[in-house]
Design a protein around this ligand. Sequence first.
Ligand code: ADP
Ligand code: F6P
Length: 464
Amino acid sequence: MTERSAFVVVANRLPVDEVSTGDDREWRRSPGGLVTALHPVLAAHRGTWVGWSGGAGPAPEPFDLEGIHLHPIPLSTEELERYYEGQSNATIWPLYHDAVEPPMFRRRWRESYRQVNARFADAAAQVAEDGATVWVQDYQLQLVPAMLRERRPDLRIGFFLHIPFPPIELFMQMPQRAEILRGLLGADLVGFQQRLAAQNFVRLARHLLGLRYEGQTIEVDGRRVKAGAFPISIDVAEMEEMSTSPAVQARAKQIRAELGDPETVILGVDRLDYTKGIELRLKAFRELLADGKLTVPEAVMVQVATPSRERVEHYQALRVKVEREVGRINGEFGRVGVPAVHYLHQSYSRSELAAMYCAADVMMVTPLRDGMNLVAKEYVAARADNGGALVLSEFAGAATELRQAFLCNPHDPDGVKEALLRAVEVSPTEARRRIRIMQRHLRTHDVDHWARSFLNELGVPDVK
Ligand code: ADP
Ligand code: F6P
């Protein structure tokens, strides 16, 4: 008999990592703000998390971990290629990020997306008890709310989109546009990172389906669907605690020493994704070196680029371009034993990332478009010493909140160079003033605040 829950989270991935122990499968809770924020709510409501556990083929049986019931969904090799790499990450991802790379449209990817969404909806319908709340996450599962409502009209359904929601003109390119919009409208509350995204959504409902809306509430099939902005955040207390620990402080010093104790360490930390603006940031650094405004070894750059979606064409092409640019900069400006750019195509532990944040004088976060960008918030929270300066693209969701960053338009190379130079040259007093204001904001707007605001708006009882 399946265990049923009053609160169910449905997300593409389960919040667990597999740790290999010989023949046995063992699981560890993965680090991350979303699971940290939802953990208390899940634990208090005998909650279940429905998601893919990674890998192709049969899924493990449902299991419990740290008070959460985990319900794995299988994906076949073909579904990984069509639903995950194809429709999710080669169609929807680029289209929703302002088509900074051209979205690819394939009929068989759409069909697979539909089938996998139905599988997630079936599982959620199975594990949710009568009148339960189900919170569906992100662009991989936009059809789930309507599919779930059809199966279980008694449920309270929320949906949160972690990435941008595009303007009408772009959304209209999607062959599956009406189906996706109807999928989202199956929810009672549809949450976005930005107010503008919520506006795009309600206007689209009128434009595409002729639905009436008032403010942010759309009328559909005699129901009222609310849209709203709920900017996501990080576990601020955890980052503050980690970054002030003696071990992380010592590691930060060691990193600087390993870099040759330069005057200025410039840092970038991203998934290797074309939305992140990694190339334009490298180019800004190269041009400042060429102009003589910055010099090696006084200034060095560290670019961490986590491997991501490596079988998708756009990502393969990006890796080639970024690595070529790193090679070019090091060839022109490096010296024996002193590269200008330290490029790390690897994943790191949370504490190693915290040490890098503490070691960096300037953090560059320059996406062409980004739903939020948690890395920017992590850097600010990690600087309990009130040092450091953040260069931030106006096109990151975080720019709405982190107004004291050195903001720049990533499409304007001179603007990026100017922001970087201002951040490098800022006085310690001014840097402290800016970072403190941003830290004050984050302390009251952490990931727990995000989850509570959304669930309160959805009308979930007992969420304090
Ligand atoms: P996205 O969700 O598009 O990847 P965000 O900046 O919102 O972008 O979130 C990225 C998350 O991944 C952050 O929490 C960040 O700390 C983590 N991360 C980024 N790079 C690495 C890395 N090399 N190793 C481990 N974690 C990383
Ligand atoms: O920000 C969107 C997002 O899907 C996150 O939810 C996720 O952590 C990240 O991108 C990585 O994506 P993937 O699950 O494809 O590795």
